[in-house]
Design a protein. Structure first.
Length: 70
């Protein structure tokens, strides 16, 4: 069930093909970036959790006030 595109069939079908490829590329790049971001976030969260678990009440740094410029 192909519509009659007349003399512009090649151009129209080429445009559809290129558009489909570009959308597919964008989806794949987005999924790849999402996986990288999730992996990096897991690493940061694991490091934060390890740091929090490694400090005891006696070794936790105190909140030191820093002099304010003014």
């Amino acid at each position: 069930m192909m519509p009659d595109l007349g003399k512009y069939a090649t151009e129209v079908l080429s445009a559809y093909g290129v558009t489909l490829l570009l959308i597919l590329a964008l989806v794949l790049l987005t999924l790849r970036q999402s996986a990288r971001t999730r992996r990096a976030l897991r690493q940061v969260e694991a490091a934060h959790q390890a740091k929090a678990n490694g400090l005891t009440a006696k070794t936790k740094p105190r909140n030191k006030e820093t002099p304010q410029d003014g």
